[in-house]
Design a protein around this ligand. Structure first.
Ligand code: IPM
Ligand code: MG
Length: 355
């Protein structure tokens, strides 16, 4: 039986990098059928909405979705802001599809260690941020202006159930790694963080195979620079996870190489996931064959791992990316003297051949 993958290329370099990821999945398995749909600025231009109903329907019926990127300067000033690609497509998709668990691994590739801003082996990290993605201050009500617009309100709100499901998910992620979870909060100040810590502590006691510790978010931001190799899995709420995942990703030297998964509960046996590169739509280089497809190809590997439970195929894709980069092929963003500069599709071809 073929699995169905919704393909959402989006804006900027999205279509170019997604095409390479589809190429690599096809090279590794014939179990998948792909169906494309519009999302982001291009969807707004063609249909008047950045997340057309047809796209949402396709995601609901598919087993997984592979996305490129959305947004760009052309759509930055759309009014109302709820129609901007970031809000109207990305945040809406997270909430509509209940994608509450955002898994963002940050792993330095040996061939690219010199690009890390940290000295020597300090930059050689292999950690994973598990970020709660559908709650907290991003979605809490009320959010409004008061006093003639001179006062602004956002609300951070978390329920026990929301904290439980992301925590259990982080434990599962840890079980496939070194089984160490650092739960990050601001429990010395915030009530939501005190509930967070209470729930995580309870679940830790029921899951003794995973080692769980707690860390305040400001300390975590510092520890990531001081000694990032102490971390295996970082479990945290929505906004802290947004910030810490950018920080962690930069330690690897290039945002352009990092994949991500946004997971919801299982459809049948398989957890539905939206897989996308951590980088944005890079409109300045769109359409020139200069984009780095590795982050999207690694996102496809995460799709095989997390939704389709095909660890062997996922590993083959990861190994192929490493092998091709170690052989010296580079897109412009990670080019170094002595390496061979190739286009987006040439790098995709090489990785597809290497799997
Ligand atoms: C991310 C991005 C988004 C977020 C923006 C584009 C809304 O920064 O996926 O990390 O804040 O979640
Ligand atoms: Mg972010």
């Amino acid at each position: 039986m073929a699995f169905k993958v919704a393909v959402l290329p989006g804006d900027g370099i999205g279509p170019e990098v997604v095409a390479e990821a589809v190429k690599v999945i096809r090279a590794v398995s014939s179990d998948f059928e792909f169906e494309e749909a519009l999302i982001g600025g291009i969807a707004y231009d063609q249909t008047g909405h950045p997340l057309p109903a047809k796209t949402l329907d396709l995601c609901h019926e598919a087993d997984a979705a592979l996305m490129g990127a959305v947004g760009g300067p052309k759509w930055d000033n759309i009014q109302p802001t709820s129609l901007r690609p970031e809000v109207g497509a990305l945040l809406a998709l997270r909430s509509e599809l209940n994608l509450y668990s955002n898994v963002r691994p940050a792993k330095t590739m040996k061939a690219l260690l010199t690009a890390s801003p940290l000295k020597g082996d300090h930059g050689m990290i292999d950690l994973c941020v598990v970020r709660e993605l559908t709650g907290g201050i991003y979605f809490g009500e009320p959010r409004e202006r008061r006093e003639n617009g001179t006062v602004a309100v956002d609300t951070c709100i978390y329920s026990r159930a929301e904290i439980e499901r992301i925590t259990l998910n982080a434990f599962d992620v840890a079980r496939a790694r070194r089984r160490e979870v650092v739960s990050v909060d601001k429990a010395n100040v915030l009530e939501t963080s005190r509930l967070w810590r209470e729930v995580v502590t309870e679940l830790a006691a029921q899951n003794p195979d995973v080692k769980v510790t707690h860390m305040l978010v400001d300390n975590c931001a510092m520890q990531l620079i001081r000694d990032p190799r102490q971390f295996d899995v970082i479990l945290t709420e929505n906004m802290f996870g947004d910030i810490l995942s950018d920080e962690a990703s930069m330690i690897t030297g290039s945002l352009g190489l990092l994949p991500s998964a946004s997971l919801s509960d299982a459809k049948g046996d398989l957890p539905f996931g939206l897989y996308e590169p951590v980088h944005g739509s890079a409109p300045d280089i769109a359409g020139q064959g200069r984009a780095n497809p590795v982050a999207t190809i690694l996102s496809a590997a995460m799709m095989l791992q997390y939704t389709f439970k095909n660890l062997e195929a996922a590993k083959r894709i990861e190994d192929a990316c490493n092998k091709v980069l170690e052989s010296g092929l580079r897109t412009a963003d990670i080019f170094e003297p002595g390496c061979q500069l190739v286009s987006t599709s040439k790098l995709g071809d090489a990785i597809a051949a290497a799997v």
